[in-house]
Design a protein around this ligand. Structure first.
Ligand SMILES: *[C@@H]1O[C@H](CO)[C@@H](O)[C@H](O)[C@H]1NC(C)=O
Ligand SMILES: *[C@@H]1O[C@H](CO)[C@@H](O)[C@H](O)[C@H]1NC(C)=O
Ligand SMILES: *[C@@H]1O[C@H](CO)[C@@H](O)[C@H](O)[C@H]1NC(C)=O
Ligand SMILES: *[C@@H]1O[C@H](CO)[C@@H](O)[C@H](O)[C@H]1NC(C)=O
Ligand SMILES: *[C@@H]1O[C@H](CO)[C@@H](O)[C@H](O)[C@H]1NC(C)=O
Ligand SMILES: *[C@@H]1O[C@H](CO)[C@@H](O)[C@H](O)[C@H]1NC(C)=O
Length: 357
C-alpha cells in the first residue's frame, strides 16, 4: 500500500492535470471566467486543451506562443508556436508575445520574467539558480518591482502556501519572496531587508540562509543543489571490490570445474587404453592367423626357401603391417579423441572394417 501510494498519487495528479488542462478543442466554446490558477500548485487552468487558448470571442484558438522548449500536449506532426524573444514575454494564456512591463505594472503570479529589468540588472540579477528574481526584477503581489532594497530598507514580501505531497500525506510548503537585493532577505515581522545567514546559523525559513536551505533541525544547511563529493578512499574500495569480485569469480569457476575436467581426462585416458589393448589384441590375432597359415602351407616342396621367403615376406609384412595399421588406427583414434564418445565408437568401427579388407 505504501509502495502503491506515491505511484497512484503521481498517476492521479497527472490525470487531473490533463483533465484540468481542458478538453475543449480548436474552434469550440470556452469560458474566460473559468481561467484560474489551481489551488496548491498555482498552475494556470482553462477550458481549452493543451494546444489552444480561450480567445476574446470565447472560442478555443491555437496558441500564439510557448514558454517551454518542449511544450506539453503537442505531437510530432503539430507545429509549435514560437518562443518569445528578449524584451518580450509569453503570458500564462500563451496567446501572443507581449513586450515586457515597466516597474509598477500588474503582472501574473510569480512571473518575474514579465517585468522589465532595472538599468543595473547586471548587479541585481540572481545567478544562484534559486529563482529569487529574473534579470533583477520580481513580480510580488502581482506588481512589477526591482529587487533593489538594501539592508535595513523596507521591503515587500509575498508568502505563498504550496501543497506538497509526501508518501503518506499532504503538507504545506510556504515560499516567501521579496524585493531585497541578492544576499539579503526580507524579515516578515519588521519588513526590512536583512543579511542572509551562513551555514550552521539558526533559521526559520529557506530565504534566511545564503544557501537557501533551512534544514528541519532549524539551522542553515548546504545548498540543496550541492553535488555530493565522495572521498578518494571510497573510489579505491569500490575499485578493489570490483577487481576482487572478477578475480574471485574466475578462481571460483576454475575450482568448481576442476573435478569435471579431471574426470573427463580420466575418461579419455581409459578410452585410449582400451583402444590400445584392442589394437594389440587384433595384431596378436593376425600374427597367430599368419603363423598358422604358414604352418599349413609348408608341407611338400621347397620348404626352406618358402619358409625363408615367407619368413622374409612375413618379416617385412610384419614390419609393415604394424606400421601401417597403427598409422591408420591412430589417426582414427586421434579423430575420435577430439570427438564425442557415442558417434566415434561407430566411426572407429567403420574405419577398422575397410582396414581389414
Ligand atoms: C470535458 O470535461 C468536462 C469536465 O471535466 C466533462 O463534463 C465533459 O463531458 C468533457 N467533454 C468531452 C467532450 O469530453
Ligand atoms: C477565436 O478563435 C476562432 C477559432 O477558434 C477564430 O475563428 C476567431 O476569429 C477568434 N476570435 C478572435 C477575436 O480572435
Ligand atoms: C496529431 O494531432 C492532430 C490534431 O490533434 C491529429 O489530427 C493527428 O492525427 C495527430 N497525429 C499523430 C501522429 O498523433
Ligand atoms: C535585462 O534587462 C535589461 C534592462 O531592461 C535589458 O536590456 C536586457 O535585455 C534584459 N536581459 C534579459 C536577458 O532579459
Ligand atoms: C528600486 O526599485 C524601485 C522599483 O521597485 C524603484 O522605484 C527605485 O527607484 C529603485 N531604487 C533604486 C535606488 O534604484
Ligand atoms: C517601513 O515599515 C515600517 C513597518 O511596516 C513602517 O513603520 C515605516 O514607516 C516604513 N518606512 C518607510 C520609509 O516606508
Amino acid at each position: 500500500m505504501l509502495q502503491l501510494l506515491p505511484f497512484s498519487l503521481v498517476f492521479f495528479s497527472s490525470w487531473t492535470l490533463h483533465a484540468n488542462a481542458g478538453n475543449a478543442t480548436f474552434g469550440t466554446a470556452c469560458s474566460l471566467s473559468d481561467q484560474r490558477l489551481e489551488v496548491g500548485t498555482y498552475q494556470f487552468q482553462t477550458d481549452c486543451d493543451s494546444v489552444t487558448f480561450c480567445n476574446s470571442s470565447s472560442l478555443c484558438d491555437l496558441k500564439g506562443c510557448r514558454r517551454d522548449d518542449f511544450p506539453f500536449g503537442y505531437n510530432s506532426t503539430q507545429t509549435l508556436p514560437p518562443k518569445c524573444t528578449t524584451g518580450q514575454f509569453c503570458p500564462d494564456e500563451e496567446d501572443a508575445c507581449q513586450p515586457v512591463l515597466p516597474v509598477g505594472s500588474p503582472c501574473q503570479f510569480n512571473r518575474d520574467d514579465e517585468c522589465e529589468g532595472p538599468p543595473n540588472f547586471k548587479e541585481l540579477a540572481d545567478r544562484s539558480g534559486f529563482g529569487l528574481n529574473v534579470n533583477g526584477s520580481v513580480c510580488l503581489n502581482n506588481i512589477c518591482m526591482w529587487a533593489n532594497a538594501t539592508v535595513g530598507q523596507n521591503c515587500t514580501v509575498q508568502n505563498t502556501a504550496y501543497i506538497g505531497y509526501s508518501k503518506t500525506s499532504e503538507f504545506v510548503d510556504i515560499v516567501s519572496r521579496d524585493n531585497c537585493k541578492i544576499g539579503l532577505y526580507c524579515d516578515s515581522q519588521h519588513l526590512a531587508c536583512m543579511q542572509t545567514k551562513d551555514l550552521g546559523v539558526s533559521c526559520d525559513a529557506d530565504k534566511e540562509c545564503s544557501t537557501y536551505n533551512c534544514m528541519a533541525s532549524g539551522v542553515c544547511g548546504p545548498s540543496a543543489n550541492t553535488p555530493d563529493h565522495v572521498a578518494t578512499w571510497v573510489y579505491v574500495v569500490v575499485g578493489v571490490c570490483i577487481f576482487g569480485g572478477v578475480i574471485g569469480t574466475l578462481i571460483g569457476l576454475y575450482i568448481f570445474h576442476r573435478k569435471d575436467r579431471d574426470s573427463e581426462r580420466e575418461k579419455r585416458h581409459q578410452y585410449w587404453r582400451e583402444q590400445n589393448a584392442f589394437r594389440q589384441h587384433i595384431m596378436q590375432m593376425q600374427e597367430t592367423a599368419r603363423n598358422s597359415l604358414l604352418y599349413y602351407a609348408t608341407p611338400g616342396n621347397n620348404s626352406p626357401r618358402s619358409t625363408m621367403y615367407s619368413r622374409d615376406a612375413g618379416g617385412s609384412d610384419d614390419s609393415h603391417m604394424p606400421m601401417l595399421q597403427p598409422a591408420s588406427k591412430s589417426s582414427g583414434l586421434r579423430y575420435h579423441i577430439s570427438d564425442e564418445d557415442g558417434s566415434s565408437e561407430s566411426l572407429v568401427m567403420q574405419r577398422k572394417d575397410p582396414g581389414r579388407f
